[in-house]
Design a protein around this ligand. Structure first.
Ligand SMILES: NC(=O)c1ccc[n+]([C@@H]2O[C@H](COP(=O)([O-])OP(=O)(O)OC[C@H]3O[C@@H](n4cnc5c(N)ncnc54)[C@H](OP(=O)(O)O)[C@@H]3O)[C@@H](O)[C@H]2O)c1
Length: 258
């Protein structure tokens, strides 16, 4: 197993009360990790933590409320000093039409998908540097590489930002005790599409390309254990591979002298 992909003790998982975040949290508990779930809905977190067992606790936080993050991070560090892994998974997807645009909704989407993960990362960083091995995992998307879901223009942009931010974060942290992983899921059958006209258009019955959570986790955990740094699955794997085939070497060459 590669150094650091699982060499941490305690992970904080944003959006850990449901969907992909919860599935990752459950898997980490099975790997013997302590897990701290974060989300906005206490009832979901409470139930998830109860079902995952004694090594799991939770906090309510809107990760888009970035003013609350410095105090929140200090509280987590105080109450869970073992924390050495941050999984930036919480995210929202909002259909938005430029002909009738809701700027407030778009700003909130940017707060949750971009500013929250960035503020959490920067606030945890000094503490993570004091640990033996730390890990930051950012959940991006296939749509951050190829923005084909045109009804979600802001979402696609936030995920492209997240992809590039994650690359630069990894490069700036090279040679330190902090490893950075990107998960770039394809369509997975979760509640992410709750604001669409048909919120179930990402369920297996309606979309042949959708992965079930079991399928998604099977791809993802295999590559996580193998030590990969950029982890696609199903349809996203080909797109991620194509991107790195085209530009990966150029990026490494251009940034190796910085
Ligand atoms: N499912 C897919 O097809 C797919 C594909 C590519 C990428 N992704 C990415 O995967 C991540 C997880 O999505 P998912 O599919 O699991 O969606 P999901 O089923 O909607 O779950 C998202 C979780 O995040 C929490 N959350 C949302 N906004 C939050 C906030 N402001 N603060 C704290 N928690 C928040 C939600 O709980 P509360 O509402 O209770 O806070 C929920 O538990 C997202 O970043 C998404 O963009 C998903």
């Amino acid at each position: 197993m590669s150094q650091q992909n699982l060499s941490f003790e305690c992970a904080i998982v944003t959006g850990g009360g449901g969907g992909i975040g919860r599935a990752i949290a459950e898997w980490l508990v099975k790997q013997g990790k302590d897990v701290v779930l974060v989300g906005r809905t206490e009832s979901k977190l409470q139930q998830a933590a109860r079902e995952m067992g004694a090594s799991t606790t939770y906090y309510t936080l809107d990760t888009g409320d970035v003013k609350a993050i410095p105090q929140f991070v200090q509280k987590v560090i105080r109450e869970h000093p073992k924390v050495d892994c941050l999984i930036n998974n919480a995210g929202v997807q909002r259909p938005l039409d430029v002909h009738n645009f809701d700027l407030a909704k778009a700003d909130q989407e940017i707060d949750i998908n971009i500013r929250g993960p960035m503020h959490l990362t920067i606030n945890f960083l000094p503490y993570f540097k004091t640990k033996k091995n730390s890990l930051i995992v950012n959940v991006t998307s296939l749509l951050g590489y190829l923005p084909t879901s045109v009804i979600n223009p802001v979402y696609n942009g936030t995920k492209a930002w997240s992809h590039f931010w994650t690359m630069n974060l990894r490069t700036q942290l090279k040679g330190t005790n902090i490893k950075v992983i990107e998960l770039a899921p394809p369509t997975v059958a979760t509640d992410l599409h709750r604001e669409r006209e048909n919120p179930d258009d990402n369920k297996k019955d309606n979309n042949a390309n959708t992965l079930s959570m079991e399928e998604y986790m099977s791809f993802t955990t295999k590559d996580w254990i193998a030590g990969k740094e950029v982890i696609g699955a199903g349809m996203s794997q080909g797109v991620v591979d194509k991107w790195y085939d085209l530009f990966g070497e150029d990026y490494e060459k251009a940034t190796s002298t910085e």
